[in-house]
Design a protein around this ligand. Structure first.
Ligand SMILES: [Zn+2]
Length: 118
């Protein structure tokens, strides 16, 4: 039937468009996470600079504080690279609605129930 074929064509065009939209929205969720990470990293770099400065000026060693700042920075940088790789690879488990990270393969967000792409 012509009408059935037309409907199938429309339906699959619609599915493709919906998938594209979901991917784009999901990508924006990941970009929100990246922006948060960047802002936290900037804060950590600032704190690290201050800790180094205080150590130099006061002659007191604050290596514990400095080491824990460095550890957190390294962790966030790894996380940042991971999310970036997810954007490149199109594998984005972030909820477009609340930004929560979900297990890849989940159909719905565990936080708010929004449908996830892939
Ligand atoms: Zn959510």
């Amino acid at each position: 039937m012509i009408i059935d074929e037309t409907m199938d064509t429309l339906r699959s065009a619609f599915d493709r468009a919906a998938q594209k939209t979901a991917d784009a929205v999901n990508r924006s969720g990941a970009h929100v996470q990246l922006a948060k990470l960047r802002s936290r990293l900037n804060e950590l770099y600032r704190l690290l600079g201050k800790a180094e400065y205080d150590a130099a000026i006061n002659g007191v060693s604050s290596m514990d504080e400095i080491n824990s700042l460095i550890a957190e920075i390294t962790e966030l940088r790894d996380r940042y690279a991971e999310i970036n790789a997810g954007i490149q690879g199109g594998n984005l488990p972030f909820c477009p609605n609340c930004g929560r990270e979900n297990a890849s393969g989940d159909a719905f967000c565990a936080g708010c129930g929004t449908r996830l792409s892939k």
